[in-house]
Design a protein around this ligand. Structure first.
Ligand code: F6R
Length: 242
C-alpha cells in the first residue's frame, strides 16, 4: 500500500486531487468510483475548481457510487444521489446519464442489487475513491461482511448510525438500511484511493495498514489490492508510527 501522509485535511485533499487529476487527464473516458461522506468533500471542491479554472472535461467520464440509503432519493437532501449532484456533478459539467448510483427507492431491492451489480461488471473503475468508517467499514460493508460480497442490502451497524447522526436532525432519522457495493466490487477497481482524516479514524487506519486481513475490519482487505494509495492526515495516521 502506498501511503501519503499529509499535515491536515486541506493537504490531504490536495494530494487526493493530484491522484484523481492524473487519472482523468490520462483517460478522458475514465470510470470513477466515488464515495460520499465528509472526507471527500475537499477533493470534490478541488475537482470543481479545476473544471471551472482549467476546463478539465468530464463529458466522457462515467461515475459509479458506492452506496445509497434505502428509502431515500433525489427529493431528500440526505440521499447520496442528492449529495453527489450538489457537491460534485453540478460543478464539473458531467452528463447526469453518465453517473450511476444504486436506487434507494427501488420497489424491488433484490432486483436493484442485481441491476447495479451487472452495471458494475461492465464499468470497471479506473479509480475508486473510499472513505473509512471508524469501525473500519468501506462503503457500507460493515464488520463481518464476507470478502466475496457483491452489491447487497445492509443493516447499518449501530456505530455507523451514531457516526452518521451528525448529518441528520435526529438520530431516529438516520436510515437503518443501505444498498452498497460489496467488497468484491471495490477490489475489482484498477486503482484504490482511500482517504482518512482526524483522530476518530486512527484505530481504523491502523487496522487498514498494519492489522491482520480480517472481515472484522473490512478495510484490511485493501492490503491485498495491487494498487492502493492511502492519503491520510497526521491525526488519522497517529498510531502508525511512520
Ligand atoms: C460513503 C461511504 C462510507 C464513508 C465512511 C466515512 O459513501 O461509503 O463508507 O466513506 O462512512 O464517512 P465520513 O467521510 O463522513 O467520515
Amino acid at each position: 500500500m502506498n501511503i501519503i501522509l499529509t499535515k491536515d485535511y486541506e493537504a490531504m485533499s490536495d494530494a487526493a486531487f493530484c491522484v484523481m487529476q492524473a487519472v482523468v487527464t490520462r483517460n478522458p473516458s475514465a470510470v470513477l468510483g466515488l464515495a460520499t461522506g465528509t472526507t471527500p468533500l475537499g477533493l470534490y471542491a478541488r475537482m470543481a475548481e479545476d473544471h471551472r479554472k482549467n476546463g478539465t472535461s468530464y463529458l466522457g467520464v462515467r461515475t459509479v457510487n458506492l452506496d445509497e440509503y434505502v428509502g431515500l432519493g433525489m427529493e431528500s437532501d440526505q440521499s447520496y444521489v442528492y449529495f453527489m449532484r450538489k457537491n460534485l456533478f453540478e460543478h464539473i459539467g458531467i452528463p447526469l446519464e453518465n453517473t450511476h448510483i444504486a436506487n434507494g427507492k427501488a420497489p424491488d431491492l433484490a432486483a436493484e442489487c442485481a441491476r447495479y451489480n451487472a452495471l458494475l461488471d461492465g464499468l470497471q473503475q479506473d479509480i475508486q475513491v473510499l472513505g473509512i468508517g471508524s469501525n473500519g467499514h468501506i462503503a457500507f460493508n460493515e464488520p463481518g461482511t464476507p470478502f466475496g460480497s457483491t452489491v447487497h442490502v445492509v443493516d447499518l451497524a449501530e456505530s455507523t448510525v451514531r457516526d452518521n447522526a451528525r448529518l441528520f436532525a435526529r438520530e431516529e432519522d438516520v436510515p437503518r438500511r443501505a444498498l452498497t457495493m460489496g467488497l468484491k466490487n471495490i477490489m475489482h477497481a484498477k486503482k484504490i484511493l482511500i482517504l482518512a482524516n482526524g483522530a476518530g479514524k486512527a484505530n481504523a487506519v491502523y487496522g487498514l495498514v498494519r492489522g491482520e486481513v480480517t472481515t472484522a475490519l473490512p478495510a484490511s482487505i485493501l492490503q491485498l489490492h495491487p494498487d492502493c494509495t492511502l492519503v491520510c492526515d497526521e491525526a488519522a495516521a497517529s498510531l502508525l508510527s511512520l
